[in-house]
Design a protein around this ligand. Structure first.
Ligand SMILES: C[S@@+](CC[C@H](N)C(=O)[O-])C[C@H]1O[C@@H](n2cnc3c(N)ncnc32)[C@H](O)[C@@H]1O
Length: 347
């Protein structure tokens, strides 16, 4: 059990490499092969594995929930079926096969489609300084960074003299975050689902950074905003930042296929599309090492809100004033050609 009282996931590895399939997972060394991960729905539930082929069910599913696959586990067997109740794990979950080691490695790309990008560390510093500026924060103010990932902004914000609580659902990321924050007494990290935040001491600002909104259904996304409202002091501010906007996807400014060089060598290739029926970006990442060995994440899908639509959602959640910026200096209002969307909402 963890702090959220969840049962931990178990992995069921069905043996044997994939046969005849051309997908990168089948061409990965044994250590990278994947297992179907299952969760008991109730203590008496039967563990279930249902695989349609060497990659199992869920490989390429587009419905936002799928049987989870852990890149660190063994591959599934071909066409294996074990009957019982099946519990699906969504892509964004720590066991969903997207956020994890591969994501962290891929985050350290040397440059991206962002103009003037100088890498992850420089980006993080600029973003933290932008948060302080746009939220009007002073030393000693309290901030909730949710979701905080492996803590890069939380630690950078603490260095600005702020008291920061970072919240994320991924325990592996939180371990890295705690280790990075060891020298910083004013930062702490908590494990929680952003849809059901635990009570915290009221904060002056909540930040949701780097494309971390829209993972759920629109109803749940609204609940996330309402949860942020409950964490804030009266007059407090909420800042959401994303590079992925509707115009950027539709015009190809964020390309449908992109390859980035990685700091550790090799490349990251991203395939993505905006599904205009669901308004969700659907994508998948593949990391290729210098020797040509490929590893692929689970597919992801994120609801991309139009800027005004997001502002309206903030108002519905209880914010009064919502401002839309197109950059961290706050000088430019958001427009269709902006390199990012930053919404600052005040209670
Ligand atoms: C795109 S990353 C960004 C993280 C961080 N803001 C950054 O810029 O490094 C999104 C994060 O959301 C977390 N996450 C996904 N679903 C979550 C949930 N339901 N509750 C809390 N965190 C979640 C993931 O674990 C991941 O760390």
């Amino acid at each position: 059990m963890d702090a959220m009282g969840e049962p931990s996931l178990a992995s069921v590895g069905l043996t044997g490499p994939g046969t005849g399939c051309l997908c990168p997972q089948c061409h990965a060394p044994q250590g990278d092969r994947r297992a179907v991960l299952l969760r008991p729905v109730a203590p008496s539930s039967v563990w279930t594995v249902r695989t349609a082929g060497p990659h199992g069910v869920g490989h390429g599913d587009r419905d936002g929930s799928r049987t989870a696959r852990n890149p660190r586990s063994a591959d599934t067997g071909q066409g294996s079926t074990v009957t019982g109740t099946q519990q699906q794990v969504p892509w964004w979950h720590e066991d969903g096969g997207f956020f994890g080691d591969l994501y962290r490695e891929a985050d350290h790309s040397l440059h991206t489609f962002f103009a003037g990008d100088r890498g992850n560390d420089a980006r993080t510093e600029a973003e933290a300084a932008g948060v302080v500026r746009l939220c009007g924060l002073s030393r000693g103010d309290r901030v909730l960074d949710c979701p905080c990932g492996y803590g890069r902004h939380s630690v950078a914000l603490a260095r600005h003299g702020l008291h920061v609580t970072g919240v994320d659902i991924n325990r592996e990321f939180l371990r890295t975050a705690r280790s990075a924050g060891r020298q910083c007494p004013s930062v702490d990290f908590q494990h929680a689902d952003m849809r059901a935040l635990p009570p915290i001491e009221p904060v002056d600002a909540v930040v949701n950074l780097f494309y971390s909104f829209g993972f759920f259904s629109p109803e749940e996304d609204l609940e996330v905003l309402r949860g942020f409202v409950r964490c804030l002091k009266p007059g407090g501010r909420f800042l959401m930042h994303t590079m992925v906007t509707v115009p950027a996807l539709l015009t190809g400014r964020i390309p449908a296929e992109e390859t980035r060089p990685l700091a550790g060598g090799g490349t990251l290739t991203i395939h993505r599309r905006l599904n205009e029926e669901t308004m969700r970006e659907e994508g998948q990442w593949t990391l290729t090492d210098p020797g040509g060995h490929r590893r692929t994440t689970a597919p992801y899908d994120v609801r991309i809100y139009h800027a005004e639509e997001f502002a309206a959602l903030c108002r519905t959640a209880g914010f009064t004033d919502v401002r839309l910026y197109g950059g961290w200096d706050g000088a430019q209002p958001y427009h269709d050609d902006s390199p990012c969307l930053i919404a600052v909402a005040t209670l």
